[in-house]
Design a protein around this ligand. Structure first.
Ligand SMILES: O=C(O)CCC(=O)C(=O)O
Length: 207
């Protein structure tokens, strides 16, 4: 069961336990093993206990505010309620640790079965504040980054239980995406994908 203690341990202890963030595009930070394997398992159980939406190619859950992928907008009518307790605790932890400059109020959960990905995109600029954080559960996957103007590309393997944070240049000027494939090649290794669940935390801008 998810307890507040498990999700929100002493921030100083947690920060010291991080592997030094690897920087790719400016504004990208990567924290490996942001949560323990037990917390990851408990989060998956909590997520799977809630209904999935299956109107996209991959299944999703939206919390805080519904996001309209076609119109790319958010307003008060789309308010769904507070994030679930475990989502609030993670948001608070990221804020207290200085990872997010706010307490996130919107969470999208994506499920990727092997072979599924997400089209390269920049998160909706008028909808969400700078800085988004995505927690990976259960499987690694290679995330690709493309500079929107120069088309320079780079990739980063997101490990299970890792946290990816995009802000500034990385959030606004680089597309991020995941190719539709069942295996990734990284550092000359072939890595099979399993079911991956990502939890992406954002703060909405309501005008
Ligand atoms: O799965 C991820 O880590 C990223 C999700 C994402 O880019 C999105 O929901 O817009």
């Amino acid at each position: 069961m998810l307890t507040q203690l498990a999700l929100f341990e002493s921030p100083a202890q947690q920060v010291n336990a991080y592997v030094k963030p690897i920087c790719l595009p400016a504004g990208l930070q990567y924290y490996s093993q942001y949560i323990s394997s037990q917390v990851a398992r408990d989060l998956i159980t909590a997520v799977d206990a809630s209904p999935w939406l299956d109107d996209l190619k991959r299944r999703v859950q939206h919390y805080g505010y519904r996001y309209d992928y076609k119109s790319r907008r958010i307003n008060y009518d789309m308010y769904l309620g507070a994030l679930p307790d475990w989502g609030q605790q993670l948001s608070l932890r990221m804020y207290v640790e200085g990872i997010l400059p706010f307490v996130a109020d919107q969470l999208i959960i994506n499920e990727y079965l092997p072979g599924q990905g997400i089209t390269p995109h920049i998160d909706c600029e008028p909808c969400f504040e700078d800085t988004i954080a995505s927690l990976s559960l259960n499987s690694s996957c290679l995330m690709d980054f493309t500079q929107a103007e120069t088309l320079e590309t780079t990739s980063l393997l997101l490990d299970p239980s890792s946290l990816l944070v995009l802000s500034g240049e990385a959030r606004y000027n680089w597309k991020h995406g995941i190719a539709n494939r069942k295996k990734d090649k990284y550092n000359n290794q072939i890595i099979e994908r399993n079911r991956r669940i990502s939890l992406t935390f954002r703060k909405v801008i309501i005008k």
